[in-house]
Every structure is written in C-alpha cells, then in structure tokens.
Write a protein that binds this ligand. Structure first.
Ligand code: J9Q
Length: 251
C-alpha cells in the first residue's frame, strides 16, 4: 500500500513546526525515513526589496490579506507549475477534517499544505492553486500552522510502521466509529480506587465484551450522533436498547 512519504508545507512561520516535529513519534518517523516534512518559508519566495507577503484588502475593511505572487512562486518553485499532488489550504471554510479524511489522505504519496495567516489568502490562490480546503473545527485561530500539524500528525500515525504496535491505529477512538473504552494500568489500587476486577480476571472473552460495552456506553452518553454511522452487531444493538431508561444517561 502506498502512503504519504512527503509533506511540503508553505508557511510564514516554519519555525513553529520544529518543536513538534522533533519530538516523540513524528521525530522517530522522520528519522526512520517513513515520512519527510519539507518546510518552505513563503517569505523566501518574495522578489521585492522588503519581502512583503501581505497587503490591505481591496474594498477596505481593515486586516491584511496574503498576496498571491509569493504563494504561487513558492508552490510552483517547489512543485512545478502543475503540481501532481493535492494542494491543501487550511481554512475554517474547508470540509471538516475527520478520521475518514485522514485515512483518505494517508493513501497519497505526497501532499502540499498551505498555511494562511491574517484575514486569509487572496481568493485567486484558492481558485487557481488550491485543490482541497480543510477545516479542523469551528473556531478561529491566528493561522493555519496548528491545523497543518494536526493533519501531519493524524496522517503520519496511519503510515504502516510509524506506530510500534501494528494494530496501534486500528483500536483507536474513531477508527471503530465509537469512543474508546476506559484504560487502566498499575497499580491495581490507587488512593483506594480499584481497577475494575474484570480486567484482572484473565478472562479475555469477558474483557473484550466489557470493553465493547464500555465503548458503546460512552458513545451513547457523550456522542450519540456517532452511533448512526458506527458498524454495530446484533449484540451491540441489544446492549444499547437495554441502556434506554436505565438511568445511565450521565456518568
Ligand atoms: C487558517 N482559524 O480553523 C479551523 N480549521 C482551520 C482553521 C484556520 C483558521 C485561521 C487560519 C486556518
């Protein structure tokens, strides 16, 4: 299976990526050459004396807009005039980023990511350069850099070999369409709070059933909207029916 090997990120603040990319799982994936992240400072592609990347909006109204020339010059300078990979713009106006979008993008060998700042980018960038627009949620940030890191993180961990455990990415919250069951580790008693005895029983079938039911219970309590699209067995549906009017609505 082909999966992302390279991200080209276009930003005015490449330095904000370094600490996150140089820690933990992403650092290891980069060191092991499972993934490559190339950071490109849009300012380096300006041709004017003062390296200007933004300007006032036509029509007034305040705020600043990212100029088209440096962005086109940067992307075309790195990828050529007809980029073969998707050019993704992070914007609150994009389609919602979900685990299924992460899975879709993880199959591609190469992605370009454009991080906007200020009030946004000149519309001609969106119309004539960008091929996909993604939002990570309905809130306002100062730029697309954190959303870009969110994409890189969510996609990279899906690349085979990046997580130690080969099933690592299968069991997660959202991969199953449900929220995760509760996790416990040693000690078996902490400040008087016991780990559920079930998990110490060694009865793996019973543990698997308990975990499935906990995942269903949590999802029903916190994100009932997810149940409509989750693949559910007959046993799952019976368990969920038993929850109605059970008094377990919260907690
Ligand atoms: C670039 N708020 O917000 C949510 N997803 C992306 C964004 C975003 C933003 C500002 C600039 C992206």
């Amino acid at each position: 299976m082909i999966s992302v090997k390279r991200f080209d990120v276009f930003t005015l603040f490449p330095e904000v990526f370094d600490p996150y990319l140089q820690a933990s799982i992403l650092q290891r994936a980069i060191q092991r050459e499972l993934v490559e992240v190339q950071l490109h400072n849009i300012r380096d592609w300006t041709t004017d004396r003062h390296h200007v990347t933004d300007d006032e909006p036509y029509g007034g109204g305040g705020g600043m807009v990212m100029k088209p020339e440096p962005i086109f010059t940067a992307v075309e300078g790195v990828l050529g005039t007809a980029p073969a990979c998707p050019v993704i713009l992070l914007t609150p106006q994009g389609r919602s980023f979900t685990q299924s979008v992460a899975q879709e993008l993880a199959r591609l060998p190469h992605l370009a990511i454009l991080c906007g700042r200020y009030e946004g980018v000149d519309e001609r960038v969106r119309l004539h350069l960008v091929t996909d627009e993604i939002s990570i949620g309905d809130f306002v940030l100062t730029g697309g850099e954190l959303p870009a890191l969110v994409l890189i993180d969510a996609i990279t961990r899906l690349i085979p070999g990046v997580l130690g455990d080969p099933e690592g990415a299968q069991d997660d919250s959202h991969a199953s369409g449900l929220l995760e069951y509760p996790h416990y580790t040693r000690p078996a008693e902490f400040r008087g709070w016991r780990v559920p005895e079930m998990l110490l029983s060694g009865d793996h079938a019973r543990i698997a059933r308990w975990r499935r039911e906990q995942a269903l219970l949590r999802t029903w309590q916190r994100r009932p909207d997810l149940l409509a699209n989750a693949p559910l067995t007959e046993a799952d549906l019976r368990f969920l029916e038993g929850l109605e009017g059970s008094g377990l609505e919260e907690g």
